[in-house]
Ligand binder design. Structure first.
Ligand code: PBG
Length: 331
């Protein structure tokens, strides 16, 4: 850093023209930064609106294949799949989550058969499958860590068998990355990536997502006994180190905008691929304000994503992905 007095230093020189602002811009957003989360449901050729997430629809497998093809055409490198499990298949132990014929596995298989050249990410956690909406198995009123691990390993296994490229454990149980990595090694699936939600906070910003997967009405109590406390930063570093140590290839910080400082710290201190999840509540906030005419939709969207890049994110999970990809393509 040069310090001193420069009487003729005028930062505005660079800001005068668009070409010159672009020339000195330190961070840029590209289509390769985007991961598109997609909600799937049972049925045929049907899409369902999600009230708290305007312009996001939950789709049946055939339409999910179309979305994957669109993503591929736009140059989006990967999609992530989340299921809405029919209520009658939910149970206390989330057994549907380990059923190799479940909605997610069938979706992965259908996409793999029909669309090539795009990565498929599957979430590992039991909340779309449990009748109580928690991410794990409850014993004596508490989400039991080690009992849950076994189910998560089985869940990851069936997803990989179905063709999933990247396993993304979002459950926040201790030791789950090691358990899943060991299983992958034993089964010679050595090239399956693990992108772990290492620093996942117990956040109010997941509300609309829980509507989308149909877990909000079931959810009793919060997830504070396993997701991180929003007041913690050092603990995030420890969580990330542990997950990398256990065999994760990259990590996710979640939510995004309220936790930019965490992205920055992980990026500076650990230098490993760090993804950020712009969660459903962040999406809903921008949408709601824009629909009221209080914010410029596209400008707020682009600025929120560029900020993640500036903070050091390698890539961004965002529901805006296809809209942004089109915008980047068409200028
Ligand atoms: C499941 C999971 C959640 C999200 C991603 N995976 C919800 C939760 O933990 O309650 C949230 C994503 C979003 O809000 O967009 N464990």
């Amino acid at each position: 850093m040069i310090v001193g007095s420069f009487p003729n230093s005028r930062p505005r020189r660079h800001r005068q023209n668009s070409w010159s602002r672009g020339m000195v811009r330190e961070s840029n957003l590209s289509v390769e930064d985007l991961i598109w989360p997609i909600f799937v449901q049972e049925g045929d050729n049907t899409s369902t609106e999600i009230a708290s997430m305007p312009d996001v629809e939950r789709v049946t497998i055939d339409l999910a294949v179309e979305k994957a093809a669109t993503a591929r055409e736009l140059g989006i490198p990967a999609i992530a799949l989340f299921p809405k499990t029919p209520a009658e298949l939910k149970s206390d132990d989330g057994y549907e989550g380990v059923n190799p014929e479940n909605l997610i596995c069938r979706t992965v298989q259908a996409i793999k058969e029909q669309v090539s050249g795009i990565g498929i990410i599957c979430d590992v956690a039991l909340d779309p499958y449990t009748s109580h909406g928690q991410d794990g198995i409850i014993k004596d009123g508490y989400v039991d860590n080690d009992l849950t691990l076994e189910a998560l390993v089985n869940q990851a296994f069936i997803q990989v068998e179905a063709g999933c490229d990247i396993i993304a454990p979002s459950d926040m149980m201790d030791g789950r990355v090691a358990a899943i990595r060991n299983m992958l090694e034993e089964r010679k699936k050595t090239n399956v990536q693990i992108m772990s939600y290492a620093a996942k906070y117990a956040s109010a910003f997941y509300g609309p997502f829980r509507d989308a997967v149909g877990s909000s009405t079931n959810l009793q109590g919060g997830k504070e006994t396993y997701q991180m406390d929003p007041g913690n930063s050092n603990e995030a570093i420890r969580e990330v180190i542990m997950d990398i140590d256990e065999g994760a290839d990259s990590v996710i910080i979640k939510p995004g905008m309220p936790y930019l400082d965490i992205i920055d710290r992980v990026n500076r201190e650990l230098q490993i691929p760090t993804f950020v999840y712009q969660v459903s509540g962040e999406y809903a906030m921008i949408k709601a304000a824009a629909m009221n005419g209080w914010l410029d939709h596209d400008k707020a969207m682009m600025e929120s994503l560029l900020a993640f890049k500036r903070a050091g994110a390698s890539g961004i999970w965002t529901y805006f992905a296809p809209v942004v990809a089109k915008k980047l393509k068409n200028g």
